[in-house]
Design a protein around this ligand. Structure first.
Ligand code: AP5
Ligand code: MG
Ligand code: ZN
Length: 216
């Protein structure tokens, strides 16, 4: 099963992808996480992505698509995967469709998690993520058991530099102008599922799981 998670910054894509990948036994593919890891390791890709991420802009399609195609060609993705933050432009959606069709596969569902803007800002300003495994936490809605430490791997938690208010505003702008048009694309293909993301983390997960398990 190939599933896309769509949603504005802070909608809960990463949070839900963590839960769904365990429940559905699907690998989680997130370009944002891959870029942050590359930056941590100071690779050429990481340094290149840095300036776009810091400004809240998209990394060029060609670079992002190449990185994602490499992932979906790995054996772990033979039976499916969960895309979190990809595709984000119509061009990326076309590249992904073509790559899957070439392998006799298809996107099964595109899940759009919607959340009001003021809630997005609250979520991003209280978010802390794990430096090693990228798991997101929130000071109020999902705090770690030990302050500053990841429950899963013990890694150090930090605040993303792109969660600064002006960068968040730019990321939202980019989402509405470049990513929103994808909703129409998946609606036309009868693959779009809209989920109210303004509920508790477990409630949102339950909604998504019931849709995915019903459509297997
Ligand atoms: P990326 O890392 O994908 O950032 P994003 O899309 O802006 O999304 P976020 O990770 O900020 O939010 P999320 O929806 O994952 O929310 P989360 O679960 O953490 O991308 C970063 C950058 O990389 C981009 O700006 C771009 O430069 C580059 N990039 C990435 N993909 C690209 C692409 N395809 N093409 C080009 N460039 C690309 O939750 C947020 C917070 O809320 C957390 O604290 C969480 O604990 C909390 N929370 C979650 N759910 C709930 C809930 N139901 N109730 C209460 N709190 C909740
Ligand atoms: Mg995320
Ligand atoms: Zn961790």
């Amino acid at each position: 099963m190939y599933v896309i998670l769509l949603g504005a910054p802070g909608a809960g894509k990463g949070t839900q992808a963590d839960i769904l990948s365990t429940e559905m036994h699907l690998p989680h593919i997130a370009p944002g996480d891959l870029f942050r890891r590359a930056l941590e390791e100071k690779t050429e890709l990481g340094l290149l992505a840095k300036k776009y991420m810091e400004e809240g802009k998209l990394v060029p399609n060609e670079i992002t698509s190449r990185m994602i195609l490499e992932r979906i060609n790995q054996p772990a993705c033979t039976f499916g995967c969960l895309f979190d933050g990809f595709p984000r432009t119509l061009e990326q959606a076309e590249v992904l469709d073509k790559a899957l069709v070439d392998q006799g596969k298809n996107i099964d569902k595109a899940i759009y998690i919607y959340v009001p803007d003021e809630e997005l800002v609250k979520r991003l300003s209280g978010r802390w993520i794990c430096q090693s495994c990228q798991t997101p936490y929130h000071l109020i809605s999902s705090p770690p058991k030990v302050p500053g430490k990841c429950d899963k791997c013990g890694g150090k938690l930090y605040q993303r530099p792109d969660d600064r208010e002006e960068t968040v505003r730019e990321r939202l702008k980019v989402f509405f102008s470049q990513t929103m048009p994808l909703l129409e694309r998946y609606r036309k293909q009868d693959k779009l599922i809209e989920i109210n993301g303004n509920l508790g983390i477990q409630e949102v997960a339950k909604e998504i799981l019931s849709v995915l398990k019903g459509s297997k």
